[in-house]
Design a protein around this ligand. Structure first.
Ligand SMILES: *Cc1c(COP(=O)(O)O)cnc(C)c1O
Length: 370
């Protein structure tokens, strides 16, 4: 009999730092599709799968970390969670606050924010506070607020978030029967690449850097090896490629528009220890990749997510993709979050101008039907 996925905390309980007494705050996140992409495989001469994280409850992988972090917070007396975010973190935090019966505060820089990106947080009843400053000011403020008052921080510096996020690597190994040869994903604050690296290492029974001491280290290995980790940044926001923080990061892919990544050391080790790399691609290639993923794989992703495939396509052009390698690209968020940017990248904004009479024959003729 078919059964419903129970959410990653229950499915992977033995590998997560959850106590018996902790409540499970879940929207049944995780268990996302690993979709084979034959057209992209053909383009790069390898075997490619997409890990479709836009299928999570709020439309991005942030839900994996949020179910873990908010469950730990719900085990305490704290009544309020807070984050500095203008996008997917705020959407996820707000939704899990609802599930936990907590209040949620989203701190954001004043003025620079389009309401569209915050629609989810607003609908989930989060309290929005705009501060007169930039994103770094907002993050500094939220850290101070959570150190001083009974408010819990759910930005990715919360170590439980990466613990939840590592389960995506488990799901991939469980689906493929072993780890892929190469794993490619977009890099912003670099928490996700760190979390995957942690997950792959745990499943291979190898010791790796981790965000916390775990008691579940002695479980049997599931995978025979770990993949190379390939991170992809946007060219205008590529501190890892530059080798130092970037002051004014700029890219159309807002979810990875980050100049000062929080998980710098952890991600650098993931890259080096896995013999992987972190590269950068220009915005045009990101938008082109978004179109290829939608048009050739049937998956609509947001621009930041397309960076993974853009990086793969670029690597193939440069002759750096090993023939027949097994490659997983994480596509991190749902394209429906920002349809405006997607359409604006198409000729004529994607809108076809043809108007015909409401006549079957005319429509058939237009479509070339005989
Ligand atoms: C948060 C996010 C990223 C960046 O992940 P990091 O862990 O910050 O590197 C990429 N894509 C989407 C859709 C995101 O929401």
């Amino acid at each position: 009999m078919a059964h419903q996925w129970r959410g990653l905390l229950r499915e992977y309980a033995e590998r997560l730092p959850l106590e018996e007494s902790d409540p499970v705050v879940t929207l049944l996140e995780g268990g996302t599709p690993l979709v084979e992409a034959p057209a992209i495989s053909k383009r790069v001469g390898a075997r490619v799968w997409l890990k479709v994280e836009g299928a999570n409850p709020t439309g991005s992988f942030k839900d994996r970390g949020m179910t873990m972090a908010v469950s730990k917070i719900a085990a305490t007396d704290t009544q309020m969670i807070a984050c500095a975010s203008t996008g997917n973190t705020s959407a996820s935090a707000a939704a899990y606050a609802v599930a936990a019966g907590l209040q949620c505060v989203v701190i954001l820089p004043a003025g620079k924010i389009a309401a569209g990106k915050l629609a989810q947080a607003i609908m989930h009843g989060a309290r929005l506070v705009q501060v007169d400053g930039n994103f770094d000011d907002a993050l500094r403020l939220v850290r101070k607020l959570t150190e001083t008052y009974p408010v819990a921080l759910v930005n990715s510096v919360n170590p439980y978030r990466l613990q939840g996020q590592k389960t995506a690597a488990f799901e991939i190994v469980d689906a493929l029967g072993d780890a892929p040869d190469i794993h490619i994903l977009p890099v912003g604050n670099a928490g996700n690449i760190s979390a995957y690296w942690m997950g792959y290492n745990e499943y291979a029974g190898q010791k790796a850097v981790t965000t916390m001491e775990e008691s579940y280290r002695n479980l049997p290995a599931v995978a025979t090896h770990v993949p190379q980790m390939w991170g992809v940044q946007a060219a205008g926001a590529a501190p890892f490629v530059a080798g130092h923080p970037i002051d004014n990061p700029e890219t159309i892919a807002t979810a990875i528009r980050i100049g000062f990544p929080a998980s710098w050391d952890f991600a650098s080790r993931a890259r080096d220890d896995s013999k992987g790399l972190i590269t950068a691609v220009p915005d045009e290639e990101i938008m082109r990749a978004q179109q290829i993923i939608a048009g050739e794989a049937g998956v609509f992703v947001e621009p930041a997510s397309a960076a993974s495939v853009a990086g793969l396509l670029r690597a193939a052009e440069d002759g750096r993709v090993p023939r027949d390698a097994r490659i997983v690209c994480t596509v991190t968020g749902n394209g429906l979050k920002d349809t405006k940017t997607a359409l604006a990248a198409l000729p004529d904004g994607g809108m076809q101008a043809e108007v015909v009479a409401p006549d079957t024959h005319e429509v058939a003729e237009l479509l070339g039907l005989k």
